[in-house]
Structures are given as C-alpha cells and as structure tokens.
Write a protein of this length. Sequence first.
Length: 382
Amino acid sequence: MEDACKKISSLLAVARGHRSKIDVPAAMLYCRLANECLANFQYLKIYGVWQGFTFNHFKKTMQGIKEGTPPQTWEMINSINRLTRESMHDQEVKIGAKVQHVDIVSALIESAYTDLYPEHPLISNPIVDVENVRRTALEKEAKEIRELMLENYVSDDLRFVVEGFTHLGISALEAGEQFASEDIVAIALALAHLGKTNDAEELFKAAITNSSGSLSAENLAICHSGLGRIARHRGDLSAATECYNQSLGIHRGVENHSGVASILCNLGDIAHKSGDGKEADKLYMESLEIAKKIEDRIVESTIISSQADRARLKGDTDAAEKLYKESHEISIETGMFHRQSRNLGSLAQIAKHRGGFDKAKELLQQGLDISREKPLSARRSK
C-alpha cells in the first residue's frame, strides 16, 4: 500500500496548498481525487484488480467496497464523496467556512485511510511535484468530461468537478500545454451545458486567442461552434451564423466531414428559426447526405430530428412522426439517451395534437424514465 500512501499524501498536500491560497474549488477537487484513490486501493485489496480511476468507475468502486469495508470507514468514504460534491460557490458562505470545510474533508480522508491501512501511515510532509500532480488531475478529469456530449445531461455529481477543474485548466491553457488546450475545450462545452455561458464563452475565446498555438484545428472549430451555440442560445442568430461559418470553414479545411455535417445542421436550424424554410431544407439535405456517406449515425439522428421539427412546423404531422421515429431508432442504436428522450417528447406532442392524451402521457413517461436512468453516457463531443 506504499503507492496509495504516496498518492493520497501528495493529493492532500496539493489540496492544502490550494486551501491556503483560498482556492477552495481546486482544494476540494484534489480532496475528491484523494478519496477516489483511497476507494480504488480498497477495491484492489478486496478483489485483487484495479477498478479504474474515472468518475463512472468510482461509482462502481463504491458499490464494490461497501460489503468488504468496515461500516464506519465506508461511511466516512461515502461522506467525503457527498461533501466534495457540494457547491462551494455560494456567495453567502464566508471564506472561513469554506476553508474549514476543506479541513474537515481532509481530516475524514486521513481518518478513513488510517482505519484501513494503519501499517502504512500517510507521509506528514511529502515532497510533492505540484505540476505533475496537477497535470495528472487535469488529464483524469478531462478524459471524463471529454466523453460528455454537449447536449447530454450532466449529473449533479459532475457539476462541482467541472467548476473546480475550470480554475486549474485556465492556468494550464495560459502555459500553452498541449493536453490542456484540448481539455479547456471540453470544460467549456460542459460549462455551456450547465448554463454557465459566460464562463464557457471566456474559455472558448481564451483557447482561440491562445498565443502558444497548441490548439488543434479540430478543437479550434469546436470553439467557434461552441461560441455559435452560446450566441444562438442568447437569440443572436447573426453572431451564431458567423461563428458556425468560421467553424465550418475549419472543418472543411481539415476534411472533418462529421464536423461539416454537424455544422450544416446547426445552420439549418438557424435558417428554420429565422423563417427561411427553403434554405433550412437545403442545408438539412446537404448535411444528411454527408452523414450517411460517412456513416455517422449520431449526426444522422440529429439531422433527421431537425427535419422532423421542420415538418411539424409546416403542419405535416404524418411526415414529422415518421422522421421522429426514424431518429429515435437510430438514437437507440447509438445510445443517444438525450436524443431518445427528446424524440419521445416530440412524438407525445403529436399524439396530444391528435387527441391521443393517453398515448401522449405514455410517451412522456418513457422519455422521463430515460432521462432519470441515463443521466450520463460515454460519447464523443459534438
């Protein structure tokens, strides 16, 4: 357990360092990582295998160690998990109380570790390579966040991690670290979904203007499309169109056909919202042809759903129903749970319009069940 001792000691040391700087989100993030490390080593002790070190694996780890861990110790590990998920951004909470919160969590981690491994005490004053610890933390959390699609649900469990991780990621981006540039884009996408559009916008722009040149063309395109999505959300369709077109040009330049299809669909949505149905239909068809040619079923499902929205607006509910069902079948095939829920909601509206209230209620319940059961999924960013 010497490795566990070193890792947990290092993470706690970095957490205390951030606490001293009153950077509580970062401190709590490192406490969370220390707790995950503790739980994973306990899982290894019980089962003889390494469970993994990502958030989704951690949930399974917690389930696995419950029976083989002393009840009081397991309760401490579970309490730490809950405490590190709590928001530390409430302006009404005084800084002193937040720092004390970090101290409590650190003490719980030390107590749980001591109960499990008294023969390997934590190092009191470990010599910590802060940059290496920070890099490892960034890479771990970024890998998890990158798997989230912008339009998918982000659970409460990840909200705190994303917010705390943002503080660490900004400095990494400013330092011009290659991996960090990619990760900043992932964080910005997650923040945009959480409704923190101002923070997301700041990160997208920081990545675009970063003088180190470490941002790849693909991620640069994602930044522009992310800004387009934010502008669209704010109702500024002109700015959204400009951003999407910048993204489209980059995708075409590097022959990222999936990106081209996705952006064309977004531009079609804007044309549809602007009342230019003819242009919307044209963009949807062009986008769909590309998606089918490259066999990108995820983008295909999104486009077909947009075409269904268009048909429904024109009053052609038969065509809309057919398209929603087609999109729904693909979303089941590809595991796009959010798209499944959305399509079921649209089909429910059609059923309600036709007077089928029981059918509408059934479809809405199916969509709600999917939303509750599948809050997270491992899929690529759009």
